[in-house]
Design a protein around this ligand. Structure first.
Ligand SMILES: Cc1cc2nc3c(=O)[nH]c(=O)nc-3n(C[C@H](O)[C@H](O)[C@H](O)COP(=O)(O)O)c2cc1C
Length: 141
């Protein structure tokens, strides 16, 4: 079974692109090694992250993330088990989404994943973060 966690949190300060790039790079590298999938979006001081993986691995990772001093007010908005991942095919080539075109790709991907677990719930949760007028957003998967 695959566990999916979605949480929202606040960055402790408005993060500069350089710091976001470092954070996203760290997440991508670690998550590939640990077989964790999902995405991380940052917009105007707020993070939203979808994490998918083995129950125990995700438990440990989420504990680490919760202790990270770069953010606070961590609120879990979804924590469910399912048989498969949503973001498996989304990994390649979309490690850094920071423009309208890439956000559009993410939205289309979610809209086209109707049969996948939680896809429409996740689309609804990510909705406010997919506002294409804002191009200063960063997303990783
Ligand atoms: C908003 C946010 C999201 C994060 N997401 C992840 C993640 O998906 N995977 C990960 O390994 N670390 C993530 N981290 C970083 C972890 O808290 C921690 O710094 C990192 O896992 C330590 O990795 P290291 O042992 O390679 O130094 C995140 C941190 C923040 C602030």
């Amino acid at each position: 079974m695959i566990r999916t966690i979605v949480y929202i949190s606040n960055a402790v300060m408005l993060l500069e692109k350089k710091h976001l790039d470092e954070l996203f790079y760290q997440c991508v590298q670690n998550n590939i090694s640990n077989n964790v999938t999902g995405i991380l979006i940052y917009k105007e001081g707020t993070f939203i992250q979808v994490l998918e993986g083995n129950d125990q691995d995700l438990n440990n990772l989420f504990k680490t993330i919760q202790q990270d001093k770069r953010h606070n007010n961590i609120m879990t908005v979804l924590d469910r088990m399912n048989t498969k991942r949503l973001f498996t095919k989304f990994r390649t080539g979309l490690s850094s989404l920071n423009n309208a075109r890439q956000l559009n790709i993410l939205e289309t991907f979610l809209r086209n994943s109707k049969g996948s677990p939680h896809s429409q719930t996740i689309l609804a949760l990510l909705g406010p973060f997919l506002n294409k007028k804002n191009t200063s957003m960063n997303v990783i998967n």
